[in-house]
Design a protein around this ligand. Structure first.
Ligand code: SF4
Length: 179
């Protein structure tokens, strides 16, 4: 998708330098992603912005189909302890909320961020959506919205693979649905 200068000055404020515009039709949404949340993820049923607190897969598809433009942001993160990764996620996800707000105020009322991973805005999370400590800021991750992040990133030109070396930097992706 073509560059979109009206919003690129906002992105520069946040030092999100590695990003690409996307057609939401390029988002790969799949049932297997939800299955991996249900079986294998420690956040399932324990986090207010993760499944089963996110919509069913078909509803996720319908949500993305309402948009004509979005953004993928790539982060390369060196190996970190669990605690440091949690802190990185909290900082990055909070910045994404600020970005979403600025894009909203720039005239895009449907702006909606998808976090890099589980919310992590608080030290500990809660299982019920209604008990969320920061309901205005918490957002689901792309994975929590049934997006196959590997397949989507590859489709958008990012060469990523499953990490097999613990010392290798990890690739994280956030998304912003714009209009
Ligand atoms: S804001 Fe806090 S309570 Fe709400 S989903 Fe995020 S980490 Fe959990």
């Amino acid at each position: 998708m073509e560059p979109y200068p009206p919003l690129e000055t906002i992105l520069q404020r946040y030092a999100f330098t590695d990003f690409r515009w996307l057609d939401p039709a390029d988002l790969v949404v799949a049932e297997w992603v939800r299955m991996k949340c249900r079986f294998g993820c420690p956040h399932y049923g324990r986090a207010a912005a993760c499944p089963p607190n996110t919509p069913e897969v078909e509803a996720c598809r319908r949500f993305f189909a309402e948009y004509a433009r979005g953004l993928i942001v790539h982060f390369e993160v060196p190996p970190l302890s669990d605690e440091a990764r949690h802190a990185w996620s909290a900082r990055t996800n909070r910045t994404l909320v600020d970005l979403e707000r600025d894009v909203f105020l720039a005239g895009y009322p449907r702006a909606f961020a998808l976090f890099t991973d589980a919310c992590h805005l608080c030290e500990t999370c809660v299982p019920e959506r209604t008990a969320c400590r920061e309901p205005a800021s918490a957002r689901p991750s792309a994975t929590g919205m049934a997006v196959d992040v590997f397949g989507t990133a590859r489709r958008l030109g990012y060469a990523i693979d499953v990490l097999t070396e613990p010392a290798a930097p990890a690739n994280y992706f956030a998304f912003l649905m714009v209009d």
